[in-house]
Design a protein around this ligand. Structure first.
Ligand code: WQD
Length: 353
């Protein structure tokens, strides 16, 4: 039977590449649209080394509707779209709101126009726990209130969800919103992982780059919060567990199991971990003593959030495979690989710095 073809937007990115691997491992044919404005083609090599397959990436700006439409015209057999492509740095979005609204919303709308025109039956959206804002009660369920977004990034995810919900009411496409908590770690093969462009904004790459010596020191942004050790609390989830949830979500739609026109799922482990606990877990797994200081709170940070993931576990049959130690082990192994010349050629590494 012919393989079902899935279009992944942002397939050269961190979560996109890990999802491409999982889809290929589960017998889907995959193509990608990624303009590499916030990613590189380095992960394409890793995808090929893991799967033995080449990901065809169309280097197209999704803000250009004609160019985006041309990809769908060339691939009329697309059965499903997974839309990752978006700017996602919370802090950066505060200083560049228009770029975030234009990029994240115009890209989504162009993709949805093509999904409608070419009658693509399934659509999965990369959303985020940031849509919950600062929750009143924990763990958050999919029914927890959507509060004012703390950043333009979070607002684009809230607006994106609303656009998709309204789209789903008037088109035959079945849709799913996946709300990620904090994706971390690297594929167990250590052939793909996170490649922050410039100084890392997120916690785990900041930890590993400090430990490897790329950063002189790390700052814990605040230790005076109302949590068990004063530092912020998050729900860290391995990127390969996030990736597999996308494959399960597609199959859930392909098998017609969806319970509404737009089902929503939390993708977190259900365990809250503080920043200081994450650092301790890294030190235990790596044997490295991390050089960090406690600094001022970071504007836009919420104090605590972690998921109730029962809906994904029950309905998607989502089985979480990696614990915090494995998240830190793979993140550290990937950082060490990128630091070794053999990991990437010097020419390629020049792209990273
Ligand atoms: C986590 C904690 C920081 C860096 C992320 C993504 C967002 C969304 C939700 C998917 C905070 C602290 C960080 C550092 C630190 N995911 N920290 N020192 O803000 O929860 O958002 O998850 O869509 O896209 O960005 O993640 O890793 O930036 O911060 O103390 O050098 O780590 O203050 O408390 P965040 P993060």
């Amino acid at each position: 039977m012919a393989k079902k073809k899935i279009l992944v937007t942002g397939g050269c990115g961190y979560i996109g590449a890990h999802t491409v691997v999982d889809l290929m491992d589960n017998d889907f044919e995959v193509i990608s649209i990624d303009d590499n404005s916030k990613s590189t083609t380095l992960l394409l090599d890793g995808i090929e080394r893991i799967t033995g397959k080449t990901l065809k990436n169309y280097k197209v700006d999704l803000k250009n509707w004609q160019d985006t439409r041309a990809v769908f015209q060339e691939n009329p057999d697309i059965e499903g779209v997974i839309h990752f492509a978006a700017y996602k740095a919370v802090g950066e979005s505060v200083s560049q709101p228009l770029e975030y609204y234009e990029n994240n919303l115009e890209s989504l709308i162009n993709v949805l126009k093509c999904v409608a025109e070419f009658k693509v039956a399934q659509f999965v959206f990369s959303s985020s726990c940031t849509v919950y804002g600062s929750p009143d009660s924990m763990p958050v369920t999919e029914a927890s209130p959507i509060k004012d977004a703390e950043s333009p990034y979070g607002a684009t995810k809230q607006m994106g969800e609303r656009i998709i919900q309204d789209f789903a009411k008037v088109h035959d496409t079945k849709t799913i919103l996946l709300r990620y908590f904090n994706p971390v770690g690297a594929h167990p093969s250590i052939e793909i992982g996170e490649i922050p462009l410039g100084k890392p904004q997120n916690l785990v790459p900041a930890i590993t780059q400090t430990a490897i010596g790329k950063l002189p020191q790390m700052t814990v942004f605040g230790a005076n919060y109302d949590t068990r050790d004063g530092s912020c609390l998050r729900d860290f989830i391995h990127v390969s567990d996030i990736a597999h949830a996308h494959t399960l979500a597609l199959n859930y739609l392909l098998e017609g199991k969806n319970q509404s026109l737009c089902d929503v799922f939390n993708l977190g482990t259900g365990n809250g971990v503080t920043v200081l606990e994450a650092i301790k877990a890294f030190e235990k797994v790596s044997g490295e003593k991390l050089n960090y200081v406690v600094g001022p709170n970071r504007p836009g940070d919420i104090v605590a959030i972690y998921a109730n993931n029962q809906h994904a576990v029950d309905s998607l049959k989502w089985d979480i495979r990696y614990d915090l130690d494995e998240m830190m082990r793979t993140a550290w192994a990937w950082e060490k690989k990128m630091a070794v010349d053999g990991g990437y050629t010097n020419q390629q590494k020049s792209v990273l710095n």
